[in-house]
Design a protein around this ligand. Structure first.
Ligand SMILES: *Cc1c(COP(=O)(O)O)cnc(C)c1O
Length: 438
């Protein structure tokens, strides 16, 4: 399979190049030249299949030409040592719980898959006599991405991960999830804000001397190996709804920030997944919502909200969605609608859901729940993604529902580890000197 750039000015790439490079030369995002349809027999029997088997079938359609099938199967099975159950919240509204991975966030699947695919493509291809890593992943984080990427790559041979995070600006739970791991994970505590971390990473990718010294790559959702595997979730959700006999009029609602997760769902739809329509639920960062209303895409600086993993003012995967539907606003609005909610609305809905149903939402999933409550039509069944466990936003959620949110054992375990990080200024010269010594 070849991959083209959404900007149309870079050469086609093979999967290996798309995964190792991340972004095309013209700064566009890689898109597969074809989207293979899944066969009818797959959908006929999907309700009898395990999550892993469903995922392996979907992965084969994307990556089967480029990755040895036995290796791909192992890679997919190793990515998914957990389930993502669908849970009923109330009449016609279900949630797909995507928070059962190691860091309790849906980004675990993409991060784990990407780590293993990168390893597949880089092992044995480079001299490793010095004991140095073949490849170095740089990731800037305001919290969730860093923990998922660090844990996804933990212990993967030949790959070293540097997580850059703003000092004092991530929650204690999140900080523990990437500063206590050791092994091939280094946490770098930057004296600055998230944008400073991102600038350090971007500068590093553009620095010729540094790139001659070490192989660098990124692990955010622009990478095809990180966003595409999220399609597994939607086939799995469909299978579970079909088992319940409720799969005929499905509406899938995805709380969105950079739009990688919903983009993967839309790829699934193009592969033949019978979902009737999609809703992208946003917090107050309403760029996509406004695009749906007006046909104009106007990026803005991001606003801070309670659902902070969706505080994105220029969603990077918009370019993929736009390209997927031939740049047609009409085609996009025929498949996807939007919703946008203020912090007050998030508080109100999170509390209302808890009071009415006993289910504790997190602030991101809350946007999805409300969008279904307001947007479902007669005869439709809605499934929204719960993208993180509420305990990850413990203080916020407890203040809203006035009830303690227990911390799952897996999350508590991180907090027992010893925190280790490298202090860094926001000055690129310092970061470069540090990397050149590695
Ligand atoms: C990353 C994240 C999102 C947004 O996902 P995108 O793929 O960027 O749209 C939503 N909720 C949570 C909890 C996240 O961590």
């Amino acid at each position: 399979m070849k991959y083209y750039s959404t900007n149309g000015k870079a050469p086609m790439a093979d999967l290996q190049k798309a995964v190792v490079k991340g972004l095309a030369e013209d700064r566009g995002l890689y898109m597969p030249e074809r989207i293979n349809k899944m066969p009818k027999e797959f959908f006929d029997h999907i309700q009898e299949m395990s999550f892993r088997d469903i995922a392996y079938n979907v992965a084969s359609a994307f990556f089967g030409e480029d990755v040895d099938l036995d290796a791909l199967k192992e890679l997919v099975f190793d990515t998914l040592p957990f389930e993502c159950p669908v849970v009923k919240i109330k009449e016609n509204i279900y949630t797909l719980e995507l928070f059962h991975g190691p860091t309790l966030a849906f980004k675990d699947v993409g991060a784990r898959f990407m780590a293993r695919l990168l390893r597949y493509f880089t092992s044995g291809t480079d001299t490793n006599k010095t004991g140095k890593s073949n490849i170095n992943v740089l990731v800037a984080t305001s919290g969730d991405t860093g923990s998922a990427v660090a844990n996804g790559f933990l212990g993967v041979e030949g790959i070293h991960v540097y997580v850059l995070y703003p000092k004092g600006k991530v929650s204690p739970i999140q900080e523990c999830q990437f500063t206590t791991l050791g092994k091939n994970i280094t946490a770098i505590e930057v004296d600055g804000v998230f944008d400073d971390c991102q600038a350090l990473v971007k500068n590093a990718f553009m620095d010729a001397e540094l790139n001659a010294h070490m192989k660098l790559t990124s692990a955010n959702s622009i990478n095809v190996a990180r966003f595409l595997p999220q399609a597994f979730y939607y086939f799995n959700a469909y299978a579970q709804m079909k088992k319940l006999g409720l799969a005929d009029n499905l509406v899938m609602c995805v709380p969105s920030g950079n739009f990688g997760n919903i983009c993967a769902a839309l790829f699934g739809h193009e592969m033949g997944l019978p979902i009737k329509r999609f809703i992208a639920a946003n917090n107050a960062n309403d760029i996509f919502y406004q695009y749906l209303q007006t046909g104009k895409y106007e990026p803005k600086p991001s606003k801070q909200t309670l659902a902070n993993a969706m505080d994105v003012g220029d969603p990077s995967n918009f370019a993929r969605i736009y390209d997927l539907y031939g740049k047609s606003h009409e085609r996009i609005t025929s498949v996807i609608s939007g919703a946008t909610y203020s912090d007050d609305q998030i508080r109100e809905t999170l509390k209302q859901c808890y009071d009415e149903t006993g289910y504790i939402l997190d602030p991101h999933g809350t946007c999805g729940y409300r969008a279904l409550q307001e947007g479902l039509k007669a005869g439709e069944i809605g499934v929204f993604c719960e993208t993180a466990h509420p305990a990850k936003f413990k203080d916020t959620v407890e203040a809203i529902i006035q009830t303690e949110v227990p911390i799952p054992d897996r999350l508590a375990a991180f907090m027992k580890g010893e925190k280790k990080s490298v202090p860094m200024t926001k000055d690129f010269a310092d970061f470069k000197t540090y990397l050149l010594q590695q």
